[in-house]
Design a protein. Structure first.
Length: 107
């Protein structure tokens, strides 16, 4: 089984100050899944730098290599290329608190 490695320990992301959606305030280089953001990602010249953040079956957010549509949350463009279409990393982890409240741990 592959160790769950966080994306930002391996990759850096493109500066998206011109295209970044106002829905994403944390500056993690996230692009929306529609409109100008999606068109920019879809037409990005190096698709081996495009990643899709997805909602996983375990309620965590994962980032997978390439442009995908199923369970997508947003897109990310990294400064480095992915090595395999099967590459994936942890994006955000769902943490269960003592009182059954859920908290998302994203860096």
């Amino acid at each position: 089984m592959k160790k769950h490695i966080e994306f930002d320990t391996v990759f850096t992301t493109e500066d998206v100050t011109l295209m970044q959606s106002e829905n994403f305030e944390d500056g993690l280089g996230q692009y929306e899944t529609y409109g100008e953001d999606f068109e920019y990602v879809r037409n990005f010249p190096n698709q081996k730098r495009v990643w899709t953040v997805i909602d996983g079956e375990d309620d965590n957010l994962w980032i997978i290599a390439g442009l995908h549509f199923v369970n997508r949350v947003c897109y990310v463009i990294s400064d480095q290329e992915w090595k395999s279409e099967l590459d994936y990393y942890m994006w955000c982890e769902l943490v269960h608190e003592e009182n059954d409240m859920l908290e998302v741990a994203c860096d």
